[in-house]
Design a protein around this ligand. Structure first.
Ligand code: NAD
Ligand code: DAU
Length: 354
Protein backbone atom coordinates (compact mmCIF):
# COMPACT_ATOMS: atom_id res chain seq x y z
CA UNK A 1 0.00 0.00 0.00
CA UNK A 2 0.97 3.64 -0.19
CA UNK A 3 0.62 6.43 2.38
CA UNK A 4 -0.55 9.72 0.90
CA UNK A 5 -0.47 12.85 3.05
CA UNK A 6 -2.72 15.87 2.46
CA UNK A 7 -5.09 13.88 0.27
CA UNK A 8 -8.19 15.74 1.43
CA UNK A 9 -6.80 18.79 -0.39
CA UNK A 10 -7.08 19.75 -4.04
CA UNK A 11 -4.29 17.78 -5.71
CA UNK A 12 -4.11 14.97 -3.16
CA UNK A 13 -7.82 14.18 -3.54
CA UNK A 14 -7.51 14.13 -7.33
CA UNK A 15 -4.44 11.90 -6.96
CA UNK A 16 -6.22 9.34 -4.76
CA UNK A 17 -9.32 9.29 -6.99
CA UNK A 18 -7.14 8.70 -10.07
CA UNK A 19 -4.94 6.17 -8.27
CA UNK A 20 -7.88 4.01 -7.22
CA UNK A 21 -9.49 4.35 -10.64
CA UNK A 22 -6.41 2.68 -12.12
CA UNK A 23 -5.17 0.29 -9.45
CA UNK A 24 -6.36 -1.71 -6.48
CA UNK A 25 -3.34 -0.88 -4.37
CA UNK A 26 -4.75 0.53 -1.12
CA UNK A 27 -4.14 4.08 0.06
CA UNK A 28 -3.92 5.38 3.61
CA UNK A 29 -4.71 9.08 3.51
CA UNK A 30 -3.33 11.16 6.38
CA UNK A 31 -4.73 14.67 6.53
CA UNK A 32 -5.03 17.30 9.24
CA UNK A 33 -8.23 18.69 7.69
CA UNK A 34 -7.23 22.34 7.80
CA UNK A 35 -9.62 24.78 6.11
CA UNK A 36 -8.24 23.39 2.80
CA UNK A 37 -8.95 19.75 3.57
CA UNK A 38 -12.35 18.49 2.59
CA UNK A 39 -13.49 14.88 2.79
CA UNK A 40 -16.43 15.72 0.57
CA UNK A 41 -13.96 15.60 -2.33
CA UNK A 42 -13.50 11.89 -1.60
CA UNK A 43 -17.18 11.12 -1.02
CA UNK A 44 -17.22 8.71 -3.97
CA UNK A 45 -14.80 6.47 -2.02
CA UNK A 46 -17.09 6.10 0.98
CA UNK A 47 -17.18 2.43 2.00
CA UNK A 48 -14.32 1.57 -0.38
CA UNK A 49 -11.92 -0.66 1.61
CA UNK A 50 -9.01 0.47 -0.60
CA UNK A 51 -9.11 3.96 0.98
CA UNK A 52 -8.52 4.55 4.66
CA UNK A 53 -8.65 8.05 6.05
CA UNK A 54 -6.64 9.02 9.13
CA UNK A 55 -7.12 12.42 10.72
CA UNK A 56 -3.73 13.75 11.83
CA UNK A 57 -0.68 15.91 11.38
CA UNK A 58 2.48 15.03 9.43
CA UNK A 59 4.37 16.54 12.38
CA UNK A 60 2.92 14.00 14.85
CA UNK A 61 5.78 11.51 15.17
CA UNK A 62 3.90 9.08 17.40
CA UNK A 63 1.04 8.84 14.95
CA UNK A 64 3.30 8.52 11.89
CA UNK A 65 5.47 5.87 13.56
CA UNK A 66 2.35 3.88 14.37
CA UNK A 67 0.92 4.22 10.83
CA UNK A 68 4.18 3.15 9.23
CA UNK A 69 4.63 0.10 11.41
CA UNK A 70 0.96 -0.90 11.09
CA UNK A 71 0.62 -0.49 7.30
CA UNK A 72 4.20 -1.04 6.07
CA UNK A 73 3.81 1.25 3.02
CA UNK A 74 6.09 0.72 0.03
CA UNK A 75 5.89 4.45 -0.74
CA UNK A 76 4.84 7.80 0.68
CA UNK A 77 3.55 10.68 -1.40
CA UNK A 78 3.74 13.92 0.56
CA UNK A 79 1.18 16.51 -0.55
CA UNK A 80 0.48 17.89 2.94
CA UNK A 81 1.26 21.59 3.10
CA UNK A 82 -0.06 25.06 3.62
CA UNK A 83 -0.36 26.08 -0.03
CA UNK A 84 -1.78 29.59 -0.46
CA UNK A 85 0.73 32.40 -1.10
CA UNK A 86 -1.61 35.20 0.08
CA UNK A 87 -2.25 33.42 3.37
CA UNK A 88 1.51 33.02 3.85
CA UNK A 89 1.85 36.79 3.54
CA UNK A 90 -0.80 37.42 6.21
CA UNK A 91 0.48 34.70 8.54
CA UNK A 92 3.63 32.73 7.75
CA UNK A 93 3.76 30.69 10.96
CA UNK A 94 1.54 27.79 9.89
CA UNK A 95 3.66 27.52 6.73
CA UNK A 96 6.86 27.11 8.72
CA UNK A 97 5.15 24.70 11.09
CA UNK A 98 3.69 22.35 8.49
CA UNK A 99 5.91 22.80 5.44
CA UNK A 100 9.24 22.91 7.27
CA UNK A 101 8.87 21.42 10.76
CA UNK A 102 6.12 18.98 9.71
CA UNK A 103 8.15 17.70 6.75
CA UNK A 104 11.17 17.31 9.03
CA UNK A 105 9.21 15.18 11.52
CA UNK A 106 7.73 13.12 8.71
CA UNK A 107 11.22 12.52 7.28
CA UNK A 108 12.52 11.47 10.69
CA UNK A 109 9.74 8.90 11.15
CA UNK A 110 10.21 7.64 7.61
CA UNK A 111 13.98 7.35 8.06
CA UNK A 112 13.52 5.20 11.18
CA UNK A 113 10.93 2.99 9.44
CA UNK A 114 12.99 2.65 6.24
CA UNK A 115 16.18 1.79 8.17
CA UNK A 116 14.40 -1.21 9.67
CA UNK A 117 13.23 -2.68 6.34
CA UNK A 118 14.96 -5.67 4.76
CA UNK A 119 17.34 -4.89 1.88
CA UNK A 120 14.82 -5.62 -0.90
CA UNK A 121 12.07 -3.51 0.67
CA UNK A 122 14.60 -0.77 1.42
CA UNK A 123 15.72 -0.59 -2.20
CA UNK A 124 12.14 -0.55 -3.49
CA UNK A 125 10.89 2.10 -1.02
CA UNK A 126 10.18 5.65 -2.25
CA UNK A 127 9.43 8.97 -0.52
CA UNK A 128 7.95 11.32 -3.12
CA UNK A 129 7.83 14.97 -2.10
CA UNK A 130 5.41 17.17 -4.03
CA UNK A 131 6.82 20.65 -4.48
CA UNK A 132 6.37 23.74 -6.57
CA UNK A 133 8.00 25.83 -9.30
CA UNK A 134 7.79 28.84 -6.94
CA UNK A 135 11.01 27.75 -5.22
CA UNK A 136 12.92 29.01 -8.28
CA UNK A 137 11.71 32.58 -7.80
CA UNK A 138 10.56 34.78 -10.65
CA UNK A 139 11.48 35.04 -14.35
CA UNK A 140 11.94 38.07 -16.60
CA UNK A 141 9.87 38.25 -19.78
CA UNK A 142 12.54 36.68 -22.00
CA UNK A 143 14.28 34.34 -19.52
CA UNK A 144 14.30 30.65 -20.38
CA UNK A 145 11.86 28.48 -18.41
CA UNK A 146 12.96 26.90 -15.11
CA UNK A 147 14.99 23.71 -15.41
CA UNK A 148 15.92 21.43 -12.51
CA UNK A 149 19.29 23.24 -12.41
CA UNK A 150 17.92 26.69 -11.66
CA UNK A 151 19.07 28.05 -8.29
CA UNK A 152 16.46 28.28 -5.54
CA UNK A 153 15.37 31.92 -5.06
CA UNK A 154 12.02 31.78 -3.21
CA UNK A 155 10.28 35.13 -2.73
CA UNK A 156 7.26 34.48 -0.50
CA UNK A 157 7.01 32.85 2.92
CA UNK A 158 5.12 30.03 1.17
CA UNK A 159 7.82 29.38 -1.44
CA UNK A 160 10.59 29.79 1.15
CA UNK A 161 8.94 27.15 3.34
CA UNK A 162 8.57 24.78 0.37
CA UNK A 163 12.21 25.42 -0.60
CA UNK A 164 13.28 24.55 2.95
CA UNK A 165 11.33 21.30 2.80
CA UNK A 166 12.87 20.43 -0.58
CA UNK A 167 16.33 20.96 0.91
CA UNK A 168 15.55 18.66 3.84
CA UNK A 169 14.28 15.97 1.47
CA UNK A 170 17.45 16.29 -0.61
CA UNK A 171 19.64 16.10 2.51
CA UNK A 172 17.92 12.89 3.70
CA UNK A 173 18.93 11.29 0.43
CA UNK A 174 22.52 12.50 0.44
CA UNK A 175 23.13 11.90 4.12
CA UNK A 176 21.06 8.82 4.93
CA UNK A 177 20.46 7.32 1.50
CA UNK A 178 16.65 7.61 1.81
CA UNK A 179 15.23 6.96 -1.71
CA UNK A 180 13.51 10.30 -2.27
CA UNK A 181 11.97 11.84 -5.37
CA UNK A 182 10.96 15.49 -5.67
CA UNK A 183 8.58 17.00 -8.21
CA UNK A 184 8.41 20.76 -8.80
CA UNK A 185 5.17 21.56 -10.55
CA UNK A 186 3.59 24.70 -12.00
CA UNK A 187 0.08 26.03 -11.28
CA UNK A 188 -2.61 23.35 -11.26
CA UNK A 189 -6.30 23.84 -12.02
CA UNK A 190 -9.30 21.50 -12.18
CA UNK A 191 -12.00 19.90 -10.00
CA UNK A 192 -11.95 20.29 -6.18
CA UNK A 193 -9.74 23.41 -6.31
CA UNK A 194 -10.40 25.53 -3.21
CA UNK A 195 -12.03 28.84 -4.24
CA UNK A 196 -9.34 31.03 -2.69
CA UNK A 197 -7.09 30.35 -5.72
CA UNK A 198 -7.39 32.34 -8.96
CA UNK A 199 -9.44 30.10 -11.28
CA UNK A 200 -12.05 28.73 -8.84
CA UNK A 201 -12.37 32.14 -7.15
CA UNK A 202 -13.16 33.73 -10.50
CA UNK A 203 -15.78 31.08 -11.32
CA UNK A 204 -17.60 31.31 -7.97
CA UNK A 205 -17.43 35.11 -7.82
CA UNK A 206 -18.66 35.45 -11.40
CA UNK A 207 -21.67 33.22 -10.73
CA UNK A 208 -22.41 35.08 -7.48
CA UNK A 209 -22.40 38.44 -9.34
CA UNK A 210 -19.34 39.61 -7.37
CA UNK A 211 -16.26 41.50 -8.57
CA UNK A 212 -13.44 39.47 -10.14
CA UNK A 213 -10.37 40.80 -8.29
CA UNK A 214 -7.30 40.92 -10.57
CA UNK A 215 -4.08 41.84 -8.77
CA UNK A 216 -1.98 44.73 -10.16
CA UNK A 217 -2.01 44.93 -13.96
CA UNK A 218 -3.07 41.28 -14.43
CA UNK A 219 -0.03 40.62 -16.63
CA UNK A 220 1.70 38.17 -14.27
CA UNK A 221 2.34 34.90 -16.05
CA UNK A 222 1.74 31.39 -14.72
CA UNK A 223 2.22 28.03 -16.46
CA UNK A 224 -1.09 26.17 -16.07
CA UNK A 225 -1.44 22.38 -15.85
CA UNK A 226 -4.66 20.39 -15.55
CA UNK A 227 -4.58 18.61 -12.18
CA UNK A 228 -5.01 15.10 -13.65
CA UNK A 229 -1.85 15.64 -15.67
CA UNK A 230 0.03 16.51 -12.48
CA UNK A 231 -1.33 13.28 -10.94
CA UNK A 232 -0.16 11.21 -13.91
CA UNK A 233 3.30 12.83 -13.67
CA UNK A 234 3.54 11.90 -9.97
CA UNK A 235 2.50 8.31 -10.71
CA UNK A 236 5.12 8.11 -13.43
CA UNK A 237 7.90 9.56 -11.24
CA UNK A 238 6.95 7.18 -8.44
CA UNK A 239 7.11 4.27 -10.86
CA UNK A 240 10.28 5.08 -12.78
CA UNK A 241 12.03 8.14 -11.30
CA UNK A 242 15.63 7.84 -10.11
CA UNK A 243 16.01 8.27 -6.33
CA UNK A 244 17.64 11.57 -5.42
CA UNK A 245 16.47 13.24 -8.66
CA UNK A 246 14.07 16.14 -9.02
CA UNK A 247 11.60 16.46 -11.90
CA UNK A 248 9.98 19.66 -13.13
CA UNK A 249 6.34 19.23 -14.16
CA UNK A 250 4.50 21.79 -16.26
CA UNK A 251 1.93 22.33 -18.96
CA UNK A 252 3.96 24.23 -21.58
CA UNK A 253 1.15 26.68 -21.17
CA UNK A 254 2.16 30.19 -20.08
CA UNK A 255 -0.65 32.71 -19.82
CA UNK A 256 -1.12 36.12 -18.19
CA UNK A 257 -3.70 36.16 -15.40
CA UNK A 258 -6.04 38.55 -17.20
CA UNK A 259 -6.22 36.15 -20.15
CA UNK A 260 -7.14 33.32 -17.77
CA UNK A 261 -9.88 35.45 -16.23
CA UNK A 262 -11.24 36.47 -19.65
CA UNK A 263 -11.27 32.82 -20.78
CA UNK A 264 -13.22 31.78 -17.68
CA UNK A 265 -15.69 34.64 -18.31
CA UNK A 266 -16.16 33.64 -21.96
CA UNK A 267 -16.85 30.01 -21.01
CA UNK A 268 -19.37 31.09 -18.39
CA UNK A 269 -21.01 33.42 -20.95
CA UNK A 270 -21.49 30.35 -23.12
CA UNK A 271 -22.44 27.76 -20.48
CA UNK A 272 -24.35 29.86 -17.94
CA UNK A 273 -25.08 33.33 -19.38
CA UNK A 274 -25.88 36.25 -17.06
CA UNK A 275 -29.58 36.95 -16.75
CA UNK A 276 -29.09 40.58 -17.86
CA UNK A 277 -27.43 39.50 -21.14
CA UNK A 278 -24.14 41.24 -20.24
CA UNK A 279 -20.77 39.44 -20.20
CA UNK A 280 -19.10 38.24 -16.97
CA UNK A 281 -15.96 40.18 -17.98
CA UNK A 282 -17.83 43.32 -16.84
CA UNK A 283 -17.21 42.09 -13.28
CA UNK A 284 -13.39 42.31 -13.63
CA UNK A 285 -11.96 44.71 -11.01
CA UNK A 286 -8.29 45.57 -10.75
CA UNK A 287 -7.20 45.56 -7.09
CA UNK A 288 -4.01 46.22 -5.12
CA UNK A 289 -1.15 43.93 -6.10
CA UNK A 290 0.14 41.04 -3.97
CA UNK A 291 3.28 42.16 -2.06
CA UNK A 292 6.42 40.65 -3.62
CA UNK A 293 4.30 39.26 -6.46
CA UNK A 294 6.39 36.99 -8.73
CA UNK A 295 6.00 38.23 -12.29
CA UNK A 296 6.45 35.06 -14.28
CA UNK A 297 6.80 31.30 -13.77
CA UNK A 298 7.47 28.86 -16.59
CA UNK A 299 8.52 25.22 -16.40
CA UNK A 300 10.85 23.45 -18.78
CA UNK A 301 9.46 19.91 -18.54
CA UNK A 302 12.00 18.39 -20.94
CA UNK A 303 13.64 16.11 -18.37
CA UNK A 304 10.49 14.27 -17.30
CA UNK A 305 9.54 13.85 -20.96
CA UNK A 306 12.96 12.66 -22.07
CA UNK A 307 13.69 10.35 -19.13
CA UNK A 308 10.24 9.11 -18.15
CA UNK A 309 8.16 9.71 -21.28
CA UNK A 310 5.61 11.91 -19.49
CA UNK A 311 3.75 14.75 -21.14
CA UNK A 312 0.41 16.40 -20.37
CA UNK A 313 -2.66 14.87 -22.00
CA UNK A 314 -4.88 17.95 -21.69
CA UNK A 315 -4.57 21.24 -23.56
CA UNK A 316 -5.53 24.40 -21.70
CA UNK A 317 -8.59 24.77 -23.94
CA UNK A 318 -9.94 21.31 -23.06
CA UNK A 319 -8.87 21.45 -19.41
CA UNK A 320 -10.40 24.82 -18.61
CA UNK A 321 -13.66 23.86 -20.32
CA UNK A 322 -13.88 20.70 -18.17
CA UNK A 323 -13.07 22.77 -15.08
CA UNK A 324 -15.78 25.40 -15.63
CA UNK A 325 -18.27 22.61 -16.39
CA UNK A 326 -17.27 20.82 -13.16
CA UNK A 327 -17.90 23.94 -11.04
CA UNK A 328 -21.28 24.47 -12.69
CA UNK A 329 -22.24 20.86 -12.02
CA UNK A 330 -20.90 20.73 -8.45
CA UNK A 331 -22.31 23.80 -6.75
CA UNK A 332 -23.11 21.76 -3.65
CA UNK A 333 -19.37 21.08 -3.19
CA UNK A 334 -18.66 24.79 -3.58
CA UNK A 335 -21.31 25.76 -1.03
CA UNK A 336 -19.99 23.19 1.41
CA UNK A 337 -16.41 24.55 1.31
CA UNK A 338 -17.60 28.14 1.64
CA UNK A 339 -17.79 27.75 5.40
CA UNK A 340 -17.44 30.48 8.03
CA UNK A 341 -13.66 30.29 7.78
CA UNK A 342 -13.81 30.82 4.00
CA UNK A 343 -15.96 33.92 4.44
CA UNK A 344 -13.51 35.28 7.03
CA UNK A 345 -10.59 34.84 4.61
CA UNK A 346 -12.40 36.56 1.74
CA UNK A 347 -13.26 39.52 3.99
CA UNK A 348 -9.68 39.80 5.27
CA UNK A 349 -8.08 39.56 1.82
CA UNK A 350 -10.51 41.52 -0.34
CA UNK A 351 -12.53 43.60 2.11
CA UNK A 352 -15.73 44.68 0.39
CA UNK A 353 -14.27 44.14 -3.09
CA UNK A 354 -15.16 40.45 -3.44
P1 NAD B 1 -4.31 22.29 -0.59
O1 NAD B 1 -4.08 23.46 0.28
O2 NAD B 1 -5.54 22.22 -1.42
O3 NAD B 1 -4.30 20.95 0.31
C1 NAD B 1 -3.36 20.74 1.32
C2 NAD B 1 -3.87 19.58 2.18
O4 NAD B 1 -2.88 19.33 3.21
C3 NAD B 1 -5.18 19.87 2.90
O5 NAD B 1 -6.04 18.77 2.79
C4 NAD B 1 -4.76 20.09 4.35
O6 NAD B 1 -5.77 19.72 5.29
C5 NAD B 1 -3.54 19.18 4.47
N1 NAD B 1 -2.61 19.59 5.53
C6 NAD B 1 -2.17 20.84 5.81
N2 NAD B 1 -1.33 20.81 6.87
C7 NAD B 1 -1.22 19.50 7.24
C8 NAD B 1 -0.48 18.82 8.23
N3 NAD B 1 0.31 19.48 9.08
N4 NAD B 1 -0.60 17.48 8.32
C9 NAD B 1 -1.41 16.78 7.47
N5 NAD B 1 -2.15 17.38 6.51
C10 NAD B 1 -2.05 18.72 6.38
O7 NAD B 1 -3.00 22.16 -1.48
P2 NAD B 1 -2.83 21.62 -2.96
O8 NAD B 1 -3.05 22.73 -3.91
O9 NAD B 1 -3.60 20.36 -3.11
O10 NAD B 1 -1.27 21.32 -2.96
C11 NAD B 1 -0.77 20.05 -2.55
C12 NAD B 1 0.75 20.07 -2.61
O11 NAD B 1 1.16 20.37 -3.93
C13 NAD B 1 1.38 21.13 -1.72
O12 NAD B 1 2.55 20.60 -1.16
C14 NAD B 1 1.72 22.27 -2.67
O13 NAD B 1 2.84 22.98 -2.23
C15 NAD B 1 2.03 21.49 -3.93
N6 NAD B 1 1.78 22.19 -5.21
C16 NAD B 1 0.59 22.79 -5.45
C17 NAD B 1 0.35 23.38 -6.69
C18 NAD B 1 -0.97 24.04 -7.02
O14 NAD B 1 -1.06 24.68 -8.06
N7 NAD B 1 -2.00 23.90 -6.22
C19 NAD B 1 1.36 23.39 -7.66
C20 NAD B 1 2.59 22.79 -7.35
C21 NAD B 1 2.78 22.18 -6.13
O1 DAU C 1 3.17 27.77 -9.16
C1 DAU C 1 2.67 26.78 -8.32
C2 DAU C 1 1.88 27.41 -7.20
O2 DAU C 1 0.66 27.85 -7.76
C3 DAU C 1 1.62 26.47 -6.03
O3 DAU C 1 2.84 26.13 -5.44
C4 DAU C 1 0.71 27.13 -4.99
O4 DAU C 1 0.39 26.23 -3.96
C5 DAU C 1 -0.57 27.56 -5.70
O5 DAU C 1 -1.41 28.23 -4.78
C6 DAU C 1 -0.25 28.47 -6.87
O6 DAU C 1 0.31 29.73 -6.43
P1 DAU C 1 -0.10 31.13 -7.12
O7 DAU C 1 0.17 32.22 -6.19
O8 DAU C 1 0.47 31.22 -8.49
O9 DAU C 1 -1.69 30.85 -7.29
P2 DAU C 1 -2.97 31.79 -7.03
O10 DAU C 1 -4.16 31.04 -7.59
O11 DAU C 1 -3.04 32.28 -5.64
O12 DAU C 1 -2.67 33.01 -7.99
C7 DAU C 1 -2.45 32.82 -9.38
C8 DAU C 1 -2.15 34.18 -9.97
O13 DAU C 1 -3.36 34.97 -9.94
C9 DAU C 1 -1.11 34.97 -9.20
O14 DAU C 1 -0.33 35.73 -10.11
C10 DAU C 1 -1.94 35.91 -8.32
C11 DAU C 1 -3.18 36.16 -9.16
N1 DAU C 1 -4.43 36.41 -8.40
C12 DAU C 1 -4.78 35.49 -7.44
C13 DAU C 1 -5.94 35.66 -6.70
C14 DAU C 1 -6.31 34.68 -5.63
C15 DAU C 1 -5.24 37.48 -8.70
O15 DAU C 1 -4.92 38.28 -9.60
N2 DAU C 1 -6.38 37.65 -7.97
C16 DAU C 1 -6.76 36.80 -6.96
O16 DAU C 1 -7.81 37.04 -6.32
Amino acid sequence: MILVTGAAGFIGANFVLDWLAQSDEPVVNLDKLTYAGNLQSLASLQGDPRHQFVHGDIGDRTLIDRLLSEHQPRAIVNFAAESHVDRSIHGPEDFIQTNVVGTFHLLESVRAYWSGLDETAKAAFRFLHVSTDEVYGTLGATDPAFTENNPYEPNSPYSASKAASDHLVRAYHHTYGLPVLTTNCSNNYGPYHFPEKLIPLMIVNALAGKPLPVYGDGMQIRDWLFVKDHCSAIRRVLEAGTPGETYNVGGWNEKPNIEIVRTVCALLDEMSPRADGKGYAEQVTYVKDRPGHDRRYAIDATKIHRELGWKPAETFETGIRKTVRWYLDNQAWVQQVQSGEYRQWIDQQYGTKA
